[in-house]
Design a protein around this ligand. Structure first.
Ligand SMILES: CC(C)(COP(=O)(O)OP(=O)(O)OC[C@H]1O[C@@H](n2cnc3c(N)ncnc32)[C@H](O)[C@@H]1OP(=O)(O)O)[C@@H](O)C(=O)NCCC(=O)NCCS
Length: 566
C-alpha cells in the first residue's frame, strides 16, 4: 500500500476550471485517481471532463459525499482562502501546487491545519504519485507517460525538487526497480509536510523497503530527517543526495527555500549529519540507482540469511520480542513506534500472528473483546473466581481459578466452531460442491453421530444481541469472507434439518470472524479468555469489597442492582 494516495481516496480539485486545473485533472483522472468533484466560485453547475463543478467546497462535500484530499490549482494570493475553505469542510489533506504563496499565508494555513488535525503538502509542489495507485497534482506530466515509465515497487522518494523527484524515479525505474510513492514536499522555505513527515509515513508502509531523499541547502528539513533516523522513528535504509554543494552563503539555489543563512543549512552540515545517523549519502546524482540496487540486494540477503539473530549460537531463539539495552521490538517493530499508533487489539494480532494488521482488524477484534467481556455471575469461570476471592485469595489467585475453569464446556466453543467451519470449507473444496451442499452434508454427519454443532443456540438468548452486531460490523469493515458465509450456511442447514430455528451465538460469530481474519483455530478460545479477564477482575473486586468472606455463593439465586443506561 503506498502512502498518501491510493485508489480509495476521494479527491477534489480547487480551481478545476482554470488552465492548469483542467490539464491536471485530465492527468489525475486518466491515471486512475478518484477525482469526484471540482470547485471554482461562480462556475458551479459546469462540468470538467465529466466531473461536477461546485461554487464552494462545502456544497461539493454535501453533494458528492466525504472528500479525503483536495488539490489546489488556484492563484497564489487566493490559496489561503481556498485552503481554509477546504479545512472548514473537514478535508484532511491538501496538496497546494501554486508557487509564490505568501509566507505568512502558509504560516496561517499551517496553524489552521493543526487545529483541524489536517495536513498539507506544498506549496510549490509538483505533488504526489504512487505508481498504479494515483497521482495528486502535476507529477508525471501525462498519464500515459507516467504509466509507461513507472511501476510499483519497494522504493519511496521524498524530494525538495519537483523535477528531480521524477528524474530519480525515472532512472530507478529504468534500472528495473519499482517505486512505492514519489513525494515532492515543495520548494519553499516553509512547507506543510516535510521530509521527516514523509519518512514517518514510509516507515509504516509495508511496501516501502528503502527511501531516497533528495535534499537541498537551506531549511532544517534534512537535519530533521536525520533526527528521525537517530530517534528510531525511521529504521529503513535511507539513501540521500544533497543538492547545492557549490552554493555560497546568501545565494539562492534554484528554489525559494534553498538558501544558506549564516552557517545554517549548509551542504556540508547536512551531509555530515545524515552520514552520522547511518544514511548513505551519494556523491553523485548518477550513483543513486546503483546504490538503490545494492541496498535492496543486501536487504534480500539479510532476510534470507539468519543474520537477524541477536545472539549467535544461543541455546534457543524466540521470534516474538527482541530486548536489548534501550531497544524493544515486538515482532520486529520498535515498541515506541507502536505505542499511541496502534490499538491494543492490533498489538494482540501482531503478537499472535507476527503481522501488523490494519485498523479494520483492530476494530473487529476490539468488538470481539467487548462482546465477551462479561456475562453475569453464573458462568463457571466467574463463580470459580468469586469463590476463590471469598476465601481471601489474592486477585491473581482468584483470576487463575477463573481461568482454570475455562474449558471444553465453558468458553471452548470458539475453537470447536472454527474447526467445524474449516472442515466444511475443506470438504467444499475437496468435493467441489456448493457452500450449501457442504454445510448440509456436514450437519447431517454431525447429527447422525449425535455430535453437537458448536456456535449455534444459547441457553439464555434466543437471539444473541452480540452475534448479529459482530457479523454486521465484520461486513462493514469489509472483513467478512468464506468463514462467515459457511457459518450462515451451517445455521441454515441445521435449522432445516431440525425444523427448529437455531440462532448463531456469540461464539459462532467470533469463530467465523477469527477465521476470516487469519487466526488459527488453536488460538480461538484465547480470545474468549482475553475478553473475559476484565470481567473476572471486576467480579473478584466486587466479591472482595462487597461480600463477607466464606459466604455460600448461590449459583443462580442472585439479582442485579447496578445502573441501567438505556
Ligand atoms: C496555481 C496555478 C497553477 C494556476 O494557474 P492557471 O491554471 O494558469 O490559472 P487560471 O487563472 O487559469 O486558473 C485558476 C482558477 O482558480 C479559480 N479560483 C480562484 N479562487 C478560487 C478558489 N478560492 N477556489 C477555487 N477556485 C478558485 C479561478 O477562478 C481560476 O479558474 P477560471 O479560470 O475558470 O476562472 C499557477 O498560478 C501556478 O502557481 N503555477 C505554478 C505551479 C508550479 O510550478 N508549482 C510547483 C511545481 S514544482
Amino acid at each position: 500500500m503506498p502512502i498518501l494516495i491510493n485508489k480509495t481516496k476521494r479527491v477534489l480539485i480547487q480551481g478545476i476550471t482554470g488552465r492548469e486545473g483542467v490539464a491536471r485533472t485530465k492527468l489525475m483522472s486518466n491515471y486512475g485517481t478518484q477525482v469526484v468533484a471540482g470547485v471554482t466560485p461562480g462556475k458551479g453547475g459546469q462540468t470538467v471532463l465529466g466531473i461536477p463543478v461546485f461554487d464552494t467546497v462545502q456544497e461539493a462535500c454535501e453533494t458528492v459525499g466525504k472528500i479525503d484530499i483536495s488539490v489546489l490549482f488556484v492563484p497564489a494570493p487566493l490559496v489561503l482562502g481556498a485552503a481554509l475553505e477546504a479545512f472548514a469542510a473537514d478535508i484532511k489533506l491538501l496538496v497546494i501546487v501554486p508557487d509564490r504563496v505568501p509566507l505568512y499565508d502558509v504560516l496561517e494555513i499551517a496553524a489552521v491545519a493543526k487545529k483541524h488535525g489536517a495536513q498539507f503538502v506544498g506549496p510549490n509542489t509538483l505533488g504526489i504519485l504512487s505508481p498504479d495507485a494515483g497521482v495528486l497534482g502535476m507529477m508525471g506530466g501525462r498519464a500515459e507517460s507516467a504509466s509507461e515509465w513507472l511501476f510499483p515497487g519497494p522504493v519511496g522518494i521524498t524530494s525538495r525538487s519537483g523535477g528531480i523527484t521524477t528524474s530519480i524515479a525515472y532512472y530507478i525505474a529504468q534500472s528495473g526497480i519499482g517505486l512505492s510513492t514519489l513525494a515532492h514536499v515543495g520548494g519553499d522555505s516553509v512547507v506543510g509536510m516535510t521530509h521527516a513527515d514523509m519518512l514517518r509515513l514510509f516507515q509504516k508502509d509495508e511496501q516501502t523497503k528503502l527511501v531516497v531523499l533528495f535534499g537541498e541547502i537551506g531549511t532544517s528539513q534534512e537535519e530533521e530527517a536525520a533526527h528521525c533516523v537517530a530517534s528510531g522513528e525511521f529504521t529503513k535504509p535511507l539513501i540521500a543526495y544533497i543538492g547545492g554543494k557549490a552554493a555560497k552563503e546568501g545565494t539562492r539555489f534554484s528554489h525559494a527555500g534553498a538558501i544558506i543563512e549564516g552557517n545554517k543549512g549548509t551542504h556540508e552540515g547536512k551531509v555530515r549529519r545524515l552520514r552520522e545517523v547511518g544514511a548513505v549519502v551519494a556523491e553523485s546524482f548518477s550513483d543513486i540507482p546503483q546504490l538503490v540496487a545494492e541496498t535492496l540486494q543486501s536487504l534480500k540477503s539479510e532476510s534470507a540469511a539468519p543474520t537477524s539473530k541477536s545472539v549467535k549460537n544461543a541455546s534457543w531463539y524466540t521470534a516474538i520480542t527482541e530486548i536489548q539495552p534501550n531497544l524493544i521490538r515486538l515482532r520486529g517493530h520498535r515498541i515506541e513506534n507502536l505505542i499511541g499508533d496502534i490499538s491494543f487489539s492490533q498489538a494482540i494480532y501482531l503478537a499472535l500472528t507476527g503481522k501488523l494488521p490494519d485498523k479494520s482488524i483492530g476494530t473487529i477484534l476490539d468488538a470481539i473483546l467487548v462482546s465477551s467481556i462479561d456475562h453475569g455471575a453464573t458462568p463457571p469461570s466467574t463463580l470459580a473466581a468469586r469463590t476463590a476471592a471469598s476465601t481471601g485469595a489474592a486477585i491473581n489467585a482468584a483470576l487463575s481459578a477463573g481461568l482454570l475453569s475455562i474449558n471444553k464446556h465453558h468458553g471452548g466453543a470458539i475453537e470447536a466452531c472454527m474447526r467445524l467451519i474449516q472442515t466444511a470449507l475443506d470438504n467444499q473444496q475437496a468435493e467441489k460442491c456448493s457452500v450449501e451442499d457442504a454445510a448440509m452434508s456436514l450437519v447431517r454427519e454431525y447429527r447422525q453421530s449425535k455430535r453437537r454443532l458448536a456456535g449455534f443456540g444459547h441457553r439464555i438468548h434466543s437471539a444473541d444481541p452480540r452475534s448479529e452486531r459482530l457479523l454486521k460490523l465484520a461486513s462493514q469493515e469489509k472483513l467478512a469472507a468464506d468463514g462467515i458465509t459457511m457459518l450462515q450456511a451451517l445455521r441454515d442447514a441445521l435449522s432445516e434439518q431440525t425444523e427448529h430455528d437455531f440462532p448463531i451465538n456469540v461464539d459462532g460469530a467470533i469463530a467465523a470472524i477469527l477465521l476470516d481474519i487469519g487466526i488459527e483455530a488453536p488460538l480461538g478460545n484465547t480470545f474468549f479468555m482475553m475478553a473475559r479477564l476484565p470481567g473476572l477482575i471486576a467480579h473478584i473486586r466486587e466479591e472482595q469489597t462487597r461480600e463477607r468472606p466464606m459466604r455460600v455463593i448461590h449459583p443462580r439465586n442472585h439479582g442485579y442492582d447496578g445502573e441501567r443506561h438505556e
